[in-house]
Design a protein. Sequence first.
Length: 153
Amino acid sequence: MTPHFTLAPDAISVATLADKPAVLQALAAQFAQGWGLDSEVVLDALEEREQLGSTGFGRGVAMPHSRIPGIPRPVVAVIRLRQPIDFAAADGLPVSLVFGLLSPTNSGATHLHALAALSRLVRDEKVHDALLDAPDAEVLYGLLTNAVDRDAA
C-alpha cells in the first residue's frame, strides 16, 4: 500500500510565527519551496478553506487543507511551532503542529483519505509527542517519514 500523501524535506520546518495568517503564509511559502507551487494560489486556497471554519483539529494540531489544480497527488507541508498560537480549534487549545494538505482539484475521496491518514498519524500518542519534541526540521521529517511508512504498510 502506498502513502496517501507525499512529504518533501523542503516543505517541513520548525518556526516561531505570530498568528494564524502568518502560519497560512508560511505554509504557502513551504508548498512553493517544497513542491514548486505558486505561493499566492496556495495561500488563496488555504485562506478560502479557513473561512469556512477553522481547521484546528484539536490536541494542538491544525490541518489547513484545500484542493488546487496542477498537482498529481496530495502533498503535505508541516510546521512545528515553537510557541503555540490560537487557531480557533474545536477544543479551544492553541496549536503547535500544523499540517498543510493540498490535493488535486478533482481528488474526491483521495483528499479525504489523505486527511484521515494525517488524523491517524497525530492521534498516535507516541508520534504526537515525538513531533512536538522535534528540535528541527530534519528530525521532524525523519519522524514523519517513519510514521507514514509504518501507516502505509
